[in-house]
Ligand binder design. Structure first.
Ligand code: PLP
Length: 484
């Protein structure tokens, strides 16, 4: 009797979403569940009122920094504002309650969304086909390199290595190694771009491909791309673009037209999905026509106006996961692209570039920069000069928290000493950027006048400086209510 009442209450509460009431015969529960597993007492669930619950989550949400609070200039991560309409679409009943085991005929609208998003990404990148399945940029890289491997295997090529610049994101060499290739590092020249002589010296018949972030992690656009692509294609290698930082290129440049054969893009960066704290994400990859049949199954095809899940691709690298990717993220990206339209996307990239260059021009009047160059979406300062006064990049980053800003990315790329990698994104107004600049200069004044205040920052956060070595070695992932 008790069980039945609880179920009925729950169903009534959900009436608004239009599901038919569930007919659960009282008896069947008792017969289906072994008696030793049936509770004799109701579980001790916390009893809280709605306002208490709302306050709890609102308070929690303000303990950490996030894009809805203020600028989050975390270079390479593209922490842009996530329009609330994206969440509204993702919560749409038909999309949010879709089940991956739903038959194709009942999933036409979801499949259509996949198909349209793929088409839009093809349009943006110039690629021939996309798969939306990878759940992160790094997983996209792995899939991309597996596609590369398939290409070489089917052609009977003997390939063992992939070239990667020394400025690359750490996931690049990791993905290459996971896919079974050796990494060969290519040096950056004094202007922060691929050193063409070093690159040439590393080209040989065993090179399977070249994986390049563009714009690179210094925020610079590679200017020798056609030479690099010719050299790689000359040994039947493939050009892979790490397009996680596509934010500077939308509607301006298409990776396929630059000579790339494969690219992944991070929907959770460029196409706005909340991704602080490591998730959720989506790292779709696009490929040129000659690689299209190697993409993972199922592939979404459109046959006679119906969308189908095509598993009949004998040369596919196979299944990547049980289902079809991180659907909620895909819905958000679809909404974002449709909201902005082609012109809006171009403006996004232009504004991202203008904001980064404005900030760089102002900040470099007092800070040193790793590599001087007009930048794309981000740039990398060096706090080496400040380190000589006893203040590390880390200290500056911590002090920024007291002024209400998130830290830039620190100590990356590795080729810049005491790196502070700043990406403002297109969202920020000149007023916000000016305020950030004032704060960055104020910290420099503090370093001269009162360095201790910077060394011991932050003062205003719920938890002050953690001992990162201890935190890494003795990871404690338990949550203790008394600590809050
Ligand atoms: C973020 C990023 C990645 C990795 O993407 P994840 O979704 O975090 O796995 C790879 N390369 C570059 C250049 C990036 O900025």
């Amino acid at each position: 009797m008790e069980t039945k009442l609880i179920i009925e209450k729950g169903r009534k509460g959900q009436m608004g979403i239009g599901l038919p009431p569930m007919d659960v015969p009282e008896k069947s529960i008792a017969t289906l569940i072994p008696t030793e597993l049936i509770r004799d007492k109701a579980p001790a669930l916390p009893e809280v009122s709605e306002p208490e619950l709302v306050r709890h989550y609102i308070n929690l949400s303000t303990k950490n920094h996030h894009v809805d609070k203020n600028l989050y200039p975390l270079g390479s991560c593209t922490m842009k504002y996530n329009p609330k309409i994206n969440d509204w679409t993702a919560a749409h009943l038909m999309l949010a309650t879709a089940h991956p085991h739903q038959p194709e005929i009942a999933s036409q609208q979801q499949l259509r969304l996949y198909y349209e998003l793929e088409q839009m990404l093809c349009n943006i990148t110039g690629m021939n086909r996309f798969t939306l399945q990878p759940a992160a940029g790094s997983q996209g890289e792995l899939v991309g390199v597996m596609v590369m491997r398939k290409y070489h295997e089917l052609k009977g090529n003997h390939k063992t290595t992939i070239l990667i610049p020394d400025a690359a994101h750490g996931t690049n060499p990791a993905s290459v190694a996971m896919a079974g290739y050796n990494v060969v590092e290519v040096k950056s020249s004094s202007n922060g771009l691929v050193d063409i002589d070093d690159f040439k010296s590393k080209i040989n018949d065993e090179v399977a491909g070249f994986m390049l972030t563009n714009p690179n992690t210094l925020g610079l656009f590679e200017d020798n791309l056609s030479i690099l692509a010719d050299l790689i294609h000359g040994v039947d290698g493939l050009m892979y673009m790490d397009g996680a930082n596509m934010n500077a290129l939308l509607g301006l440049v298409k990776p396929a037209e630059l000579g790339f054969d494969i690219t992944h893009i991070n929907l959770h960066k460029t196409f706005s999905t909340p991704h602080g704290g490591g998730g959720p994400g989506a790292g779709p990859i696009g490929v040129v026509e000659k690689l299209a049949n190697y993409l993972p199954i199922p592939r979404i095809d459109k046959v006679n106006d119906a969308y189908t899940l095509n598993v009949d691709l004998p040369h596919s690298i196979g299944r990547l996961s049980a289902f079809y990717g991180n659907f909620g993220v895909l819905v958000r990206a679809w909404t974002y692209i449709r909201t902005l339209g082609a012109e809006g996307l171009v403006d996004t990239s232009k504004n991202a570039i203008i904001n980064a260059n404005y900030l760089m021009a102002k900040l470099t009047t007092r800070y040193d920069i790793g590599y001087e160059h007009a930048c794309m979406h981000e740039f990398v300062l060096s706090a080496q000069k400040e380190k000589e006064k006893g203040i590390k990049a880390l200290d500056i980053a911590k002090r920024l928290l007291d002024y209400g800003y998130h830290s830039p990315t620190m100590y990356f790329p590795l080729i810049v000493k005491e790196a502070l990698m700043i990406e403002p994104t297109e969202n920020e107004t000149k007023e916000t950027l000016d305020d950030f600049i004032d704060v960055m200069f104020k910290i420099l004044d503090e370093i001269d006048d009162n360095p201790e205040i910077v060394k011991n920052a932050p003062y205003t956060t719920p938890i002050r400086r953690v001992d990162e070595t201890v935190a890494n070695r003795q990871l404690n992932t338990h949550w203790n209510v008394n600590e809050f």
